[in-house]
Write a protein that binds this ligand. Structure first.
Ligand SMILES: N[C@@H](CCC(=O)N[C@@H](CS)C(=O)NCC(=O)O)C(=O)O
Length: 206
C-alpha cells in the first residue's frame, strides 16, 4: 500500500500518523509540491483532485484525508472506528465538521499567520481577522464538546481525533488562541503524546 503525502501537509500528516499508530505497513511516497508532482498525470490518475493524501493499494485508490483514515483503520481489528451506531454517528459528525467547518478557517490562518510570515510577506489582516473570529467560534464549540472528556468520542482514541488533530498541526505557528480553550489544549496534548503523532511532526520552516 502506498501513501502519498507531502512532509509539510497537515492533511497528509494525520494519515501517516494513523498508519504508524496501527503499525500498518505503508510505503510513504513524499511528493514535491515545488516540482508539482501532485499535478502530474501519474498522480492525477490516483487522485484527480491533485491533492494529498491519497492511498494506492493495488488497483484501488482512495483520497480525501478522512476517507483515507477510515480505509486505514478498517485494515485491522481495533475500536478506532467506534463500537456502536451512536459512536459511528459522532465520529462521522466530527470528521465532517473538520472537513466542512474547521479546515476552511484553518487554511487561511496557516497562510496569513505562518507561511507569509516566514517568507517576509505582509499578512492580509482582513482575511486573517475574519478567519480568527470564525476559529474562535469553532473552538468554543469544540472546547464545550471536550469538557470532562479525554477524547472526542467514547472517551477513547478514535479516527475522529486523528481527523481533527491534523488541523492543529500548525496551531502554535499560526497563533491559534488555545490558552482560551483549555479543554482543546488538554486534548491536543494527549494526541501530541502519541508516538506516531510526534514521529510525523512536519519539518519546521522559517
Ligand atoms: N479536503 C482534502 C484537502 C487536501 C489538501 O488540500 N491537501 C493539500 C496539502 S495539506 C494539498 O494537496 N494542496 C495542494 C493543492 O490543493 O493543489 C483532504 O482532506 O484530503
Amino acid at each position: 500500500m502506498e501513501l502519498y503525502h507531502w512532509p509539510m501537509s497537515h492533511n497528509g500528516r494525520k494519515a501517516r500518523a494513523l498508519a504508524r499508530h496501527l503499525g500498518i505497513e505503508v510505503e510513504e511516497k513524499a511528493l514535491s509540491m515545488q516540482d508539482k508532482d501532485h499535478k502530474a498525470d501519474a498522480y492525477l490518475a490516483i487522485n484527480p483532485m491533485g491533492q494529498v493524501p491519497a492511498i494506492k493499494d493495488g488497483d484501488y485508490a482512495v483520497w480525501e484525508a478522512n476517507a483515507v483514515l477510515i480505509y486505514l483503520a478498517a485494515q485491522s481489528q481495533n475500536d478506532l472506528l467506534g463500537q456502536s451506531a451512536q459512536e459511528w454517528g459522532h465520529i462521522t459528525q466530527w470528521m465532517t465538521w473538520q472537513s466542512v467547518e474547521l479546515s476552511p478557517v484553518v487554511v487561511p490562518l496557516h497562510v496569513e499567520n505562518y507561511f507569509k510570515r516566514v517568507r517576509g510577506i505582509h499578512a492580509d489582516e482582513t482575511r486573517r481577522d475574519a478567519a480568527m473570529e470564525k476559529l474562535r467560534a469553532l473552538l468554543a464549540v469544540f472546547d464545550a464538546a471536550l469538557k470532562g472528556k479525554g477524547y472526542l468520542v467514547g472517551n477513547r482514541l478514535t479516527v475522529a481525533d486523528f481527523a481533527v488533530a491534523g488541523d492543529f498541526t500548525y496551531a502554535a505557528n499560526a497563533g491559534f488562541p488555545l490558552s482560551d480553550f483549555p479543554n482543546v489544549a488538554r486534548w491536543l496534548e494527549s494526541v501530541e503524546a502519541l508516538p506516531a503523532w510526534a514521529d510525523t511532526t512536519p519539518p519546521q520552516i522559517g
